[in-house]
Design a protein around this ligand. Structure first.
Ligand code: MRU
Length: 344
């Protein structure tokens, strides 16, 4: 069975998001009409995944601009600036969030300068970012699929699929594209503690697509590689540093990369150019730390004794020497040649 869905869409001046907290048991959309609701949805991971939170934030700005419509353009810009600050404060690591907000703000400022309708310009830009996302993911899929041979066993991590984007996905897009080319692909899906994006979301998507897969506990990955049962690893990214080639992605990615290198399994990262940070160096990146209850509980149920504490970094940093290549919409690049992709 094949069912396509959009992680988010805009209708009648509202943003509709799949409530990813309810998956895989319920596929339901929530309708948001205020940018503060969007900020909350990003923070509590109703919507998650680097590209998806960027697009959600862009639409959050559209909601703010529509509310301010009718005021003079400088007032609208002022309100937008405030909304942008709130949206930026939700999750610190995914560069797409900051990239999308900046892109919309540049467009809003230009519209205000030219005396155009700022709200319309902001909404147009949000739509453009959303439409580009799906196209870009398909291009990533096309480039990446050449790495996957017929009959391959591929490991991914977290959820870098349609749910982490507007549609199609990045790392899962590569797998989807290989399957669309008629290749048989088997996917290992690490469950991805503590939020279980692999077990809940990636497995949900693969099941809808009819792609053969098995969920594994995160600590099973290295053993499978040691047995020669993994041909390739492909993961997404929240931020890739052009300055050094470091890849920042879901906590546990570093362990997978180390194991993959030890056992000579090619380790690839699939990400759009909007995930590449051309400005910052590693010391300037903030790694999100989330509430320790996410670790001490599983799906809201306490598993550790009362009083136990936990460490809950949401992301880790994989050094470039562990990465065979970065699959982008413009082709596959070594992690230290990303400067070639810098938009002019
Ligand atoms: O905390 P999350 O679920 O937002 O983390 C998501 C990831 O780490 C993904 O791999 C990354 O955002 C790329 S999604 C195309």
């Amino acid at each position: 069975m094949r069912r396509e869905f959009r992680t988010l869409y805009w209708r009648n001046s509202r943003l509709y998001l799949i409530d990813q907290k309810a998956l895989p048991h319920r596929l339901r959309y929530v309708a948001l009409s205020d940018y503060r609701q969007v900020a909350k949805a990003i923070k509590d991971m109703t919507v998650r995944g680097a590209p998806a939170i960027g697009v959600a934030a862009a639409y959050g700005l559209a909601l703010a601009a529509l509310k301010a419509r009718g005021s003079d353009p400088l007032k609208v810009l002022e309100r937008l600036q405030k909304a942008a600050d709130v949206l930026r404060s939700t999750r610190p690591t995914a560069v797409n969030l900051f990239w999308a907000i900046e892109r919309v703000m540049v467009r809003a400022e230009a519209a205000a300068r030219d005396g155009d309708d700022v709200a319309r310009a902001v909404l147009e830009e949000a739509h453009a970012i959303a439409e580009e996302d799906v196209k870009v993911n398909r291009a990533i899929g096309m480039h990446g699929a050449q790495l996957i041979r017929d009959g391959a066993k591929v490991m991914t991590y977290c959820n870098a699929g349609a749910l982490a984007t507007v549609g199609y996905g990045t790392a899962l897009g590569v797998i989807r594209a290989a399957v669309e080319q008629g290749k048989r692909v088997f996917v290992y899906v690490p469950e991805t503690r503590p939020k279980l994006q692999g077990a809940r979301l990636t497995s949900f998507e693969l099941k809808l697509e009819g792609i053969e897969h098995k969920v594994i506990p995160d600590n099973t990955a290295a053993y499978l590689m040691s047995r020669g049962e993994v041909d390739l690893v492909v993961v997404g990214a929240d931020r890739i540093l052009a300055s050094s080639g470091h890849v920042i992605n879901k906590i546990g990615t570093l362990s997978l990369a180390i194991a993959a290198n030890y056992f000579n399994v090619p380790f690839y990262v699939a990400a759009p150019i909007s995930t590449i940070d051309f400005r910052r160096t590693l010391s300037e990146v903030r790694i999100e730390e989330r509430d320790e209850r996410e670790v001490l509980e599983v799906m809201g149920r306490r598993i550790a004794p009362k009083g136990a504490r936990a460490i809950n970094y949401s992301f880790d940093v994989t050094p470039p020497n562990l990465v065979r290549g970065i699959i982008t919409e413009k082709g596959i690049f070594g992690p230290t040649e990303l400067y070639k992709l810098q938009p002019q």
